[in-house]
Design a protein around this ligand. Structure first.
Ligand code: NAD
Ligand code: MG
Length: 480
């Protein structure tokens, strides 16, 4: 997109990655064929087919679960916890050593800017392994009794918005707690999970401790419904989350769900406006808005509404949308054609329902899946763009007059994953945060993540926590 001043292109080289024409499943430490039809994964910025990836059938998933069970019973379960920790440290260091390779591959397969995969996704994924490596021999201090035990085999299904990072959120705590894993990556972004399989081999992780089964929803269903899976962990849409909750109900499986969100980002009139604008941009345009905790509902105190919106539009005018492999790019490609269609549909609803739609000037690239950063003003809480998760670069702006009204509007949602507060007053921040029904509340910042800090939702955003001591509880049987 053209902006008032142009930068010279600064493309990252893709020569560091070596993408095979096809990939099998990773079961029991080996790459094996899948019996389902292969699926293609594309680069959403160019529509180029990157590779063909196997689909795991029910029988393949069964092989993976049996391998995970054997590894749990014979090797990983009985292993000294400090030795498990050594494997996790080794994996963390390998992720760091191969960081550039992971970042480039993630950007090619997902469409996110290289600056984000390089500076956020990959370092945070390594940080999750380092953090949990440290826990492996200290689980008796996790607050779950003197000798917490692993659950067994974990079946994990993850989405496409943070492919490697969501893998790390799932695999690191499971292994640290002594469980083994069968993980299904999303069908549009399987490649970094398959590179992770190579890292497991490089780390000499015993075969069967981590198994990766690629495929679409059917493969995910086979993983979560397999009778020998003890623990199900899912991140993705609320709709699929609901069907998983139904499938798991009445079994002895433990379940955590991390689903959608519609976070309020609340700006009071005493907030430093320039900082707030940076936080609003980071809140909704980070990762093209493909973020479950995105700050997609901006609540601005009425007397600063015009000032905030004008500053925001000026700032958005300088964002660079385009080639994700360019180090100057701020917004990359939308992950898939179906996701682009969903965004377009909801934006069309916004226009039909009478909200005012604003987008910056500029041309989008011709090939690939793109959507401009979009701001809706004159939004009413009843509009679909104020209620439904768009999961794209689309912000809905509403106003409030009093702190009570801000809290009421922020909580007026079926979700409850995250929220943001911008104010100079510490006492106000604490008072408002206390009243928000959201799992994470950021103050004068947004979209900050850390492995030590538990993350998870209320209401239709799911249940259970990931990260921190609280996240370990999902993978352990305690005495209390
Ligand atoms: P999805 O929930 O369909 O997919 C997430 C994962 O679940 C993928 O790996 C998918 O293959 C798998 N899956 C699909 N159906 C399954 C089933 N019946 N049983 C087990 N696993 C199954 O999400 P989507 O279709 O890619 O995206 C749709 C919407 O979901 C988005 O527009 C967005 O609103 C939301 N979403 C949220 C998150 C999040 O992080 N909370 C992530 C992705 C998508
Ligand atoms: Mg892809």
């Amino acid at each position: 997109m053209t902006s008032s001043f142009e930068y010279a292109p600064a493309p990252e080289s893709r020569s560091i990655v070596d993408i095979a024409p096809s990939y099998g499943l990773f079961i029991d430490g080996e790459s094996t064929d899948g019996t389902g039809p292969a699926l293609k994964t594309v680069n959403p910025a160019t529509e180029e087919v990157l590779s063909e990836v196997a689909t795991a059938s029910d029988a393949d998933v069964d092989r993976a679960v049996r391998a995970a069970r054997r590894a749990f019973t014979r090797v990983w379960g009985p292993m000294r916890p400090a030795d498990r920790g050594k494997y996790l440290f080794r994996i963390a260091r390998l992720l760091q050593e191969r960081a550039r390779e992971f970042a480039v591959l993630e950007t090619l397969d997902n469409g996110k800017p290289i600056r984000e995969s390089r500076d956020v996704d990959v370092p945070l994924a390594a940080a999750h392994f380092f953090y949990h490596a440290g826990w492996a021999d200290k689980l008796e201090h996790a607050g779950l009794g003197p000798a917490p035990r692993p659950l067994g085999v974990a079946g994990q299904v993850i989405p496409w918005n943070f492919p490697l990072l969501m893998l790390a959120w799932k695999v690191a705590p499971a292994l640290a707690a002594g469980n083994t894993v069968v993980l299904k990556p999303a069908e549009t972004t399987p490649l970094t999970a398959l590179l992770f399989a190579e890292v497991c081999r490089q780390a000499d992780l015993p075969p069967g401790v981590v198994n990766i089964v690629t495929g679409a929803g059917e493969t995910g269903r086979a993983v979560i419904s397999h009778p020998d899976v003890d623990k199900v962990a899912f991140t993705g849409s609320t709709e699929v989350g609901r069907s998983i909750a139904r499938a798991v109900a009445g079994t002895s499986k433990r379940l955590t769900l991390e689903l959608g969100g519609k976070a309020a980002n609340i700006v009071f009139d005493d907030a430093p406006i320039d900082q707030a604008v940076e936080g609003i941009v980071r809140g909704i345009f980070f990762n093209q808005g493909h973020v479950c905790c995105a700050g997609s509902r901006l609540l601005v105190q009425e007397n600063v509404h015009d000032e905030v919106v004008a500053a925001l539009q000026r700032r958005i005018g300088t964002l660079r949308v385009g080639d994700p492999m360019d180090k100057n790019t701020d917004l990359g490609a939308i992950n898939s054609h179906p996701q682009l269609d969903r965004i377009r549909e909801l934006v069309a609803f916004g226009v039909d329902e009478g909200a005012t739609c604003w987008q910056p000037e500029g041309e989008l690239p011709g090939r690939g899946y793109w959507f401009k950063p979009t701001v809706f003003t004159d939004v009413s809480p009843a509009h679909r763009i104020a209620r439904d998760e768009v999961f794209g670069p689309v912000l809905s702006v509403m106003t409030f007059r009093t702190p009570d009204e801000a809290v009421a509007k922020a909580n007026n949602t079926t979700y409850g994953l995250s929220a943001g507060i911008w104010s100079e007053k510490g006492s106000r921040i604490l008072q408002i945060a206390d009243q928000l029904r959201a799992g994470v509340v950021w103050a004068n910042t947004f979209n900050e993540f850390d492995p030590t800090s538990p993350f998870g939702g209320y209401k239709q955003s799911g249940y259970g926590r990931e990260g921190g001591r609280q996240g370990l509880a999902a993978y352990l049987k305690g005495d209390n």
